[in-house]
Structure formats: structure tokens, C-alpha cells
Design a protein around this ligand. Structure first.
Ligand code: NAD
Ligand code: TYD
Length: 358
């Protein structure tokens, strides 16, 4: 059966990768992307698929109820993968309003419009709404704590995490109250191609290439569980196609790395793979800068539920995934160089001070 899949935020990092994955693995499905093209959205990520007529692109806001309703109806959408969001913790600290508007208000608008659309079509059983969320809703772990799982209580600690937690609650409430076939996934930190330069891994790679300082918050001992984005896309595909409506799936890489170790690995890989670096050894670029307010110490995911129920496991080790990522940024300067705009330099300056700006 042909699915009509709406991917929100499809010009962003993870959803852009998901668009590529879905186009390659489900050629019979109709693909529609709705994206507001905020600073984090980049049409170049999915441009070739749009040009080839493989993806219908709609420029708009998930908080625009009449637009969302029109897209659902006109495209006869049967499946939604909802990834549109404000996603950067540091920006949520300096400007939380957009996070509340998009992550909470936008998710509400989308859920409600999909519910009305689903009801109007007689509540088809095979329709699905996948709400894609983060492990940050669970709070912060101490070094000896067991990893987060589906039964971990919510304890969000940043405006970003709080807004995602609120949207997760909405998604589950729409399933529980209205019977809408909603699934929720909570994933650990992703990395890979098409990652906007503000996040730690692309920021480090690009700063090394430009000979600029690498900012490490605090003492660099905070730990994240890194997952290669293609593995996340495979997990989202399994959840959307075979997940149980009403269920939650924790997705993680089983790859806990402290930030300073991660940056050091990236320095080694760049020295091996990139010719003509402006500064060698790259480690000389590392700068310990003021810590992020409320910086969560450690995230880690126990992904045994999705492994057991849906047979998903990560396939890419962190060593291999980081190597592929470095190679991708080296081969795709044309994708990231235009993102280093005056607006982005202004962000860097406000976030890190003049020494790390353009
Ligand atoms: P991103 O910031 O790279 O992309 C977000 C996309 O959403 C952009 O294309 C942007 O233009 C679009 N967008 C923002 N506001 C919008 C609005 N109001 N209407 C329509 N489109 C809008 O994000 P990402 O890092 O790829 O994250 C995607 C999703 O996955 C988010 O929901 C995030 O919470 C979740 N997630 C991310 C990670 C991670 O490591 N990046 C991990 C787990 C979960
Ligand atoms: P980030 O990529 O922003 O993801 P998240 O905050 O969602 O985990 O950051 C990953 C880790 O790297 C996090 O512990 C914060 C840290 N970090 C730095 O040390 N320096 C930086 O410049 C950035 C952006 C992040």
C-alpha cells in the first residue's frame, strides 16, 4: 500500500536524512515536507529530491493551523513523522519563546489537525503519527546511574528539554484520549551529514578547518550517548512501520563519550584525513569556555525495548560514524560554507564572545 508521508522539519538535520532514507527505501511512497526554513532549515539538504519531483516541498509553519490542514487534506496524508522543532539547547537559554511556540504550540496544532483529518476519513487503523523526541526530557544522569529507559520519569532541565517534554505529553494525551495512532520516540544525540554548524561535532570540524578555536564547555567531562543519524533514521522507519500505537521507543547508540574525548577524537581524524590544516596539532585550538547554565552532566539510553520488540540495533560504531562524518564535511564544503553567514557569525559572537566569532 502506498503511504502518503508528511515529514515535518525535512530541511533540518535528522528529518533531512530521513527524507533521503525514505526516498531510497520506499520508492512507492509519496513524500511531503513541511518546513518553515528557520536558520536551521536548509533546502540544499533535500534540493535534488525536490528538483527530481520525488519530494513535494511546502514552505510553512507547523503552527499555522489552516496551512497544516490544507496540506494534510490536499496530499491525503496517512503518516506523519514529526521532527520540526527548535533544537539547540543554547538558543533555548537565550531565547526560549520560539521553543514554546514551535515545540509545544506547533505540535499541538499538528496533532489536532491530524486528528480532525483522521476522523474525517473514518479513523483508518493503519494511519500513524510519529512524534520524534529526545532523551533530554529525562534530565541528567550521575556517572553511576543506569541509563534512561521508557519507564524513566520525566525531569527536563533546560527550556528546550521542557518544551520537548510538554510536546511528548501532548502526543501521548492525543493517543490516550482520542485513540489517535501516535507513537513517541526518545533518542540520544545524533551526528552525521547535514548537521547545522552550531552543534558540537560540526562546530568542531568546521573550526578546525578554519583554524578557529574549539569551545569546550566547563571541563569537557559531560557525557553524551552518540548515535549516527542513519541508524536513527532506520529506527524511526521501524517505529513508524511496525511500532505499537501508544508505545514509546528509546533509541540510543550505546556510545557514551565525554565531550573532551570526542573533540580529541575529531582532532585525530582531521589530522589523518584533512590536508593543509591551518593549525596542527588541532588540539592547540581547544579552549575551555564558561559552562552552559544548568548543563546536564550525562545522557545515556537503554535501547533494549526497541531491540527486543522491533529488532533494531545501531549498525555504525562511533569510530566509523565519526570517520564518515569527517569525510562528509570535507567533501561537502559547498553545503556548509554558505551557512557561515553574518547572522551565524552574530550568533557565535553572542554565544562565545568575539574570540570565537568570524
Ligand atoms: P534541526 O534544528 O536541525 O532542524 C529542525 C527543522 O525544523 C529545520 O529545518 C527548521 O527549519 C524546521 N522548523 C523549525 N521550526 C519550525 C516550524 N515552526 N514549522 C516548520 N518547520 C520548523 O533539528 P534536528 O537536530 O534535526 O532535530 C529534529 C528533531 O529530532 C527535533 O524534534 C529534535 O527535538 C529531535 N531530536 C534531535 C536530536 C539531535 O541530536 N539533534 C536527538 C534526539 C531528538
Ligand atoms: P550539543 O551538540 O549542543 O547537543 P546537546 O546539548 O543537545 O547535548 O552539545 C553536545 C555537548 O557538547 C553538550 O554537553 C554541550 C557541549 N558543547 C560544548 O562543550 N561546546 C560547544 O560549543 C557546544 C555547542 C556544545
Amino acid at each position: 500500500m502506498t503511504r502518503h508521508l508528511l515529514i515535518t522539519g525535512g530541511a533540518g538535520f535528522i528529518a533531512g536524512n530521513l527524507v533521503h532514507h525514505w526516498a531510497a527505501t520506499h520508492p512507492q511512497d509519496r513524500l511531503v515536507v513541511l518546513d518553515a526554513l528557520t536558520y536551521a532549515g536548509n533546502l540544499a539538504t533535500i534540493g535534488p529530491l525536490i528538483d527530481a519531483g520525488r519530494v513535494q516541498f511546502v514552505h510553512g509553519d507547523i503552527g499555522d493551523a489552516s496551512l497544516v490542514t490544507e496540506v494534510l487534506q490536499a496530499q491525503a496524508i496517512s503518516h506523519v513523522a514529526h521532527l520540526a522543532a527548535e533544537s539547540h539547547v543554547d538558543r533555548s537559554i537565550s531565547g526560549p519563546g520560539a521553543f514554546l511556540r514551535t515545540n509545544v504550540g506547533g505540535t499541538f496544532t499538528l496533532l489536532e489537525a491530524f486528528r480532525v483529518h483522521w476522523l474525517a476519513k473514518g479513523s483508518p487503523e493503519h494511519w500513524r503519527f510519529l512524534h520524534v523526541s529526545t532523551d533530554e526530557v529525562f534530565g541528567s544522569l550521575e556517572p553511576q546511574d543506569p541509563p534512561f529507559s521508557e519507564s524513566t520519569a520525566y525531569s527536563p532541565r533546560s527550556p528546550y528539554a521542557a518544551s520537548k517534554a510538554a510536546s511528548d505529553h501532548l502526543a501521548r494525551a492525543w493517543q490516550h484520549t482520542y485513540g489517535l495512532p501516535v507513537l513517541v520516540s526518545n533518542c540520544s544525540n545524533n551526528y552525521g551529514p547535514y548537521h547545522f554548524p552550531e552543534k558540537l561535532i560540526p562546530l568542531t570540524l568546521i573550526n578546525i578547518l578554519l583554524g578557529r578555536p574549539i569551545p569546550v564547555y566547563g571541563d569537557g567531562s559531560n557525557v553524551r550517548d552518540w548515535l549516527y543519524v542513519h541508524d536513527h533514521c532506520r529506527a524511526l522507519e521501524r517505529v513508524l512501520l511496525a511500532g505499537e500505537p501508544g508505545s514509546t521507543y528509546c533509541i540510543g547508540g550505546n556510545n557514551e563519550v565525554a565531550n573532551l574525548d570526542l573533540v580529541s577524537l575529531l582532532c585525530d581524524l582531521m589530522e589523518e584525513l584533512a590536508p593543509d590544516l591551518p593549525v596542527r596539532p588541532c588540539r592547540e585550538l581547544i579552549r575551555f569556555v564558561a559552562d552552559r547554565p544548568g548543563h546536564d552532566r550525562r545522557y545515556a539510553i537503554d535501547a533494549s525495548h526497541i531491540r527486543r520488540t522491533l529488532g533494531w540495533e545501531p549498525q555504525v560504531t562511533v569510530q566509523e560514524g565519526l570517520r564518515r562524518t569527517v569525510q562528509w564535511y570535507l567533501a561537502n564544503r559547498g553545503w556548509w560554507e554558505p551557512l557561515l553567514s553574518p547572522e551565524y557569525s552574530g550568533y557565535l559572537e553572542a554565544q562565545y564572545g568575539a574570540s570565537l566569532g568570524a
